[in-house]
Design a protein around this ligand. Structure first.
Ligand code: AN7
Length: 368
């Protein structure tokens, strides 16, 4: 078998033993897709841009990398129940892996702020879904208290196994590039676990001698949900990218470390910029991601427009943008951001009229 999941693939880098019962859906091994239209936008010689398409994971997001390890370790410890707060993807992933492990799953969600596909997943996998009349930050505080007092394992990214599992994304990128480290790593930032995990992964690969340098970490928050950028918690975060609608990230400190140690940056992109990147990826690159994922590419486009890459001196520049979740997660947004379909009678002329054809048939096929 080629893909037995990230634990089997990278077990020497992970805190597992022969006794750890591995709960896997064969996550990881996601595509690293070249995006020539983005490279063109950078207008700089020798630049290549790749999309790490984490939507291709079993539950449609990067969360599966962390969840396979978090649930395996919970099972190893004899846990009978797990709990998480979520903007959607964590709950979908926790619900799926908990179902597979035969462990109960509780998810606490901000009511009305979860994309439809994610909610459907959590419910279908049999999680106990509790919607609070509040936001993600409040949900996280609640599950922290409950998991500290009762026998239920927290599987948010404060759980160190989540970060350990997610760092394998960095390993895969380096492996797929044939041992080359990207120069720039673009990534959306919400609760800031993933930027923390990737930075840890790159550093561990460097320590192991797999790469000689490290990338610059380029994180992106939604403009009205950008606590790390403005330097203080946001009480009432707003953005259409519901996955990253977070005002007080759990991994704030380690995200800042990743930024500073790598000489990178964490910046903001507006909802308008996020949606433009979201449509561009779908309509020009053929890659369908959810809006929060497009924040990484929105950041890239913003810097490209500011001639940032032209100023880089190196002759060959490799950029990787992480697309954290699948486009099908948020069907409502996809429908509202695309051209409406038309309806007509079930007849050839009616359909042709809507196709914009004038009704004259093209020349007949020869020789038949
Ligand atoms: C698609 O599911 O926080 O900075 O509760 O679903 O590691 O939080 C999701 C986060 C980016 C941000 N892209 O990653 C949750 C949750 C997508 C996401 C992020 C999330 P972090």
């Amino acid at each position: 078998m080629n893909n037995r999941g990230i634990i089997s693939k990278y077990r020497h880098y992970l805190p597992v033993t022969g006794k750890t019962p591995i709960v896997s859906l064969q996550e990881g091994n996601t595509p690293l897709i070249p995006a020539s239209s983005l490279a063109q936008m950078a207008n700089a010689r020798g630049i290549s841009v790749y999309l790490k398409y984490e939507g291709a994971n079993p539950t449609g997001s990067f969360k599966d990398r962390g969840m396979t390890l978090a649930i395996s370790k919970a099972k190893e410890a004899g846990s009978k129940a797990v709990i998480c707060a979520s903007t959607g993807n964590t709950s979908a992933s926790a619900a799926a892996y908990a179902a597979r492990a035969g462990i109960k799953c509780f998810v606490v969600l901000p009511k009305g702020a979860i994309a439809l596909g994610k909610l459907a997943q959590a419910m279908m996998h049999g999680a106990k879904v509790i919607a609070i009349e509040g936001n993600f930050d409040q949900a996280l505080e609640i599950v922290k208290v409950i998991s500290s007092k009762y026998n239920v394992t927290l599987v948010n990214s404060i759980n160190p196994y989540r970060i350990e599992g997610q760092k394998t994304g960095a390993f895969e990128i380096v492996d797929a590039l044939g041992g080359r480290c990207p120069d720039f790593h673009f990534i959306p930032v919400g609760n800031a676990g993933n930027i923390t995990a990737y930075w840890k992964g790159y550093k561990e690969y460097k320590r192991a001698g797999r790469i000689l340098r490290l990338p610059r970490m380029m994180g992106w928050q939604a403009a009205m949900s950008a606590p790390i950028v403005i330097g203080k918690p946001v009480k009432n975060p707003k953005t259409i990218a519901t996955a990253i609608k977070i005002g007080n990230p759990a991994s704030w400190k380690s995200a800042v470390e990743a930024r500073d140690e790598s000489q990178g940056m964490i910046g903001t992109v507006t909802d308008k910029e996020i949606l433009a990147a979201y449509r561009h990826l779908a309509q020009v690159e053929g890659v369908f991601c959810e809006p929060a994922s497009a924040a990484s590419v929105a950041g890239f486009i913003k810097l490209a427009a500011a001639k940032f890459f032209k100023q880089q001196s190196s002759l060959e520049t490799v950029v990787v943008c992480i697309l954290t979740g699948h486009g099908l997660k948020d069907p409502d947004r996809a429908l509202s951001e695309s051209v409406k379909f038309k309806t007509c009678k079930p007849a050839v002329p009616a359909v042709m009229k809507l196709m914009g054809l004038d009704g004259k048939p093209a020349s007949r096929k020869r020789g038949s």
